[in-house]
Design a protein around this ligand. Sequence first.
Ligand SMILES: Nc1ncnc2c1ncn2[C@@H]1O[C@H](COP(=O)(O)OP(=O)(O)OP(=O)(O)O)[C@@H](O)[C@H]1O
Length: 640
Amino acid sequence: MRPKAIYMVPYYLVGEVSCRLDRKHNYSYAELVNDLGNSITNIITRVLLRNSEVGLGSYKGHYPFFMSSGVEQGVIDFWTFFDDSKHGIKKVGSPPCIYLYATAKDNLKRELTVNDLCSGVADEVLQQRPATVKVDKSDCHNIQSKTPAVDDHDKKENLAKEMKSRIRAITAFAKPSNTSTDAQSTRNLSRKFDIDPDQIASMADSMQRAMKEVSRVKAEVPQNSPSECKTVFPKKAEPTCATSAADAEVIVVSDEKLHGAPTISAADCKTVAIKKEPLTSTRTPKTNDVILSGEKSLPESASTSSSDDEFESRSNGPLLFCSGNGKTLLIHRHRSLSSLKPDEDAPKHCVTALCVELCDYTVQFTDENEPKILGKGAYGKVYLGKYSGFDVAVKELENFRFEDTLDIFKEIAINDRARSPNVANLLAFNINEQPPMARLLLEYVDGAELREVLFDVKPDSPNLDSLEKRISTVKQLLAALQYLHACEPPIIHGDLEPDNIMITHDLRVKICDFGSSRYDGLPEQLDPVDLPNFTLATTIYSAPEILLYDQDITAKSDVWAASCVALEVFVRERSWPIGENPSKELMKKTMLRDRSLDYRCAPHQLYDFLEGGFQWRPQKRFSAEELSDHLQGITWSSTD
Ligand SMILES: Nc1ncnc2c1ncn2[C@@H]1O[C@H](COP(=O)(O)OP(=O)(O)OP(=O)(O)O)[C@@H](O)[C@H]1O
């Protein structure tokens, strides 16, 4: 039997780094960080943390991805893991393998695959001085074709040995206990491996930090986590700003504070400093924002310091879940906070927060000992779960093909980024390749689908029995849409319909299911939706350009769908009178015949609003913002 060879290749560079998700889609580092980046970098980090014991030779997860161990101003340290026994080096290159695309300072641009790393091409590339090598991006592909296939077992073993010896040498050099990291030993190592001494010093520095992080994570990840990974969440995502978990009971720091402070002390934890910046359509989230969500908004009065006594006597459950920029925060229930009433109208403060906590969830069972199912979708079921005492929704996606993993990453990345009070926010996730299973832990929406609220009312469903409630529902829906479209890059939901919109018992709107979403305006090759197996669902909420002309979803097609939903909310009838699931052909025929929906049964004040939303040509159609403004401007009389 072949020995199970697991290699970890430390790979360092100073400069930009980008990664590509498959052969076709390149992501520059800037895009990685600013657009998909926060999510993707962190997703990968999280996957690895959750599915693996990180450290030399102990990767047990299924993803031959790299792990970012902290990004600081253009310097990224990461390791590449690949598991020879599971995927084989030959497998490298088939999606969803992540390629590393190294761009050292100045003009050195080379695409590196794991194959390259293994065969030494990476080292060659890295050894070339950025200033003296100018490689055009178009050359990237050549590297791959020039790279010899590493099929031969002995050859792989030799490469592995070589890699390991390098790792050992640099690791020994970088060990915190090694006091001989002087100029001489740097020179020795530099000669031995033919690497620039400055680079050696920076590698050693990175390595030291990385090793510290690895030991910390290793100590924190429970032993049984890799196989039973469903309950494991990362402890901490941002080593450079980290504090110890013990300090992390209540940490909400303002942007300024986080940026200015390399560490957060226990004293900071006792101070809840809220950055008072409400999220509006014009104020889209910034990279470091974390938007409070969860059970309660943190009321303004919480921004005062609390006494030590109170701090000590907090109870166990987290008060708020925050996540964003890879940092997930559980702010624990604090006596002084928990006694406060939730402030319905509190602005959704943007705060920067850090520290995530290792946490478990369990699925909740009915009296008949069956898991409580909240809903079903195309891929799997959504269960009611419990997480640190709080109800959560656990969306399980099963039996997807390995190639579908990218789609799932996309849903996760977008859901993670789409943080709004009117979105069912993503709290955590994990992905298992074998058996194929992805779990998204979402904020639980205690209510019902809008479809049920409108068309299948149950006695305990939230109800929209007054005009005021219906107006508020549509306003919230448009606010959510406006927010998504104002993100940078804009997020297109792509599947707005009453099944994917939930209404809580206190009549808050929460948009779910980002499975069909995409980022708008990214060039085609950057768009993760542009995958071979991606098909757009057409429903009675599809805009004409999608249904009739097979165009891509856009912000304007979301507006069409939202207008259909708005009409349904107001008239409590299906927008198109052709049943719930008409065939595509019937839909097309009806749309071509009628050209527009009949909205004469809606309140007359809404005619202009609906006309704006149902403009046939997307260019003429209102934006979510215009629609929202229009609705705000309508005056209703008491008899309406
Ligand atoms: N956060 C949540 N809280 C409560 N219920 C939820 C939540 N998320 C989803 N559900 C329920 O589960 C159902 C299916 O969820 P969702 O639409 O996200 O799954 P899906 O597999 O993506 O579905 P689709 O087939 O539409 O793609 C929803 O319609 C809703 O009833």
